[in-house]
Design a protein around this ligand. Structure first.
Ligand code: ADP
Length: 169
C-alpha cells in the first residue's frame, strides 16, 4: 500500500522539477520602462502561469549592452541599438516554467511590431522595430548566456509556488 503513493510522489516531484528547469531572460527595454509598461509586461507572464525568479532595475553601460547584443555586432543598427539599451533603466528578469523560452517569444510577438500579431506584447503595445519595448531570449543557449550575463546566481531564487499543482496538474 505504501509503494504506490511513494511512486506517485516521485513522479510528481520529477514533473515539478522538470517544470522548474527551464528559465529565460526577459527585459523591459528603456522605452517600455519610460512608457509605464513594466506591470503590463510582468502581468502577461505572471497570468500565463510562469514564475518570476529574478528581477532588478539597471541602467546598463553601452559596453554591457553591446555584450548583450554581441550576436548582432555586424548589423548596421548595432551601435544605435546598444546606445538605446543603455539610454535608461531596463527591468531585467528571469522567468521560469515549462516551455517558457519558446512560449515567452510567442507572448512577445515578432521582432517588428508591424508584423506582431494582435494579442502579443509587441503587437498590442509597440509600433516600430527600434522601439519594441521588450527582449526575450531566443533559445536555450542564449537564455543561459543572457541569464549569466545579467544575474549572479545568488540573485535568483528557486521555490515551489502553491499554484503549480493548479497550473501543471
Ligand atoms: P528579437 O529582439 O526579436 O530577438 P533580434 O535579436 O533580431 O530580435 O534583434 C534585437 C533587437 O534589435 C530587436 O528587438 C530590435 O530592438 C533591434 N532591431 C532588430 N532589427 C532592427 C532593425 N532593422 N532596425 C533597428 N533595430 C532593429
Amino acid at each position: 500500500a505504501l509503494a504506490l503513493p511513494a511512486a506517485a510522489y516521485m513522479l510528481q516531484d520529477q514533473e515539478v522539477h522538470a517544470a522548474e528547469l527551464e528559465r529565460t531572460f526577459i527585459a523591459v527595454k528603456p522605452d517600455g520602462v519610460q512608457r509605464g509598461l513594466i506591470s503590463e509586461i510582468i502581468s502577461r507572464f505572471e497570468r500565463k502561469g510562469y514564475k518570476l525568479v529574478g528581477i532588478k532595475v539597471v541602467v546598463p553601460s553601452k559596453e554591457f549592452a553591446g555584450k548583450h547584443y554581441h550576436a548582432l555586432k555586424e548589423k548596421p543598427f548595432f551601435n544605435g541599438l546598444s546606445e538605446f539599451l543603455s539610454s535608461g533603466p531596463v527591468v531585467a528578469m528571469v522567468w521560469e516554467g515549462e516551455g517558457v523560452i519558446t512560449y515567452g517569444r510567442k507572448l512577445i510577438g515578432a521582432t517588428d511590431p508591424q508584423k506582431s500579431e494582435p494579442g502579443t506584447i509587441r503587437g498590442d503595445l509597440a509600433v516600430v522595430v527600434g522601439r519594441n519595448i521588450i527582449h526575450g531570449s531566443d533559445g536555450p543557449e542564449t537564455a543561459k548566456d543572457e541569464i549569466n550575463l545579467w544575474f549572479k546566481p545568488e540573485e535568483l531564487v528557486s521555490f515551489t509556488s502553491n499554484a503549480e499543482k493548479w497550473i501543471y496538474g
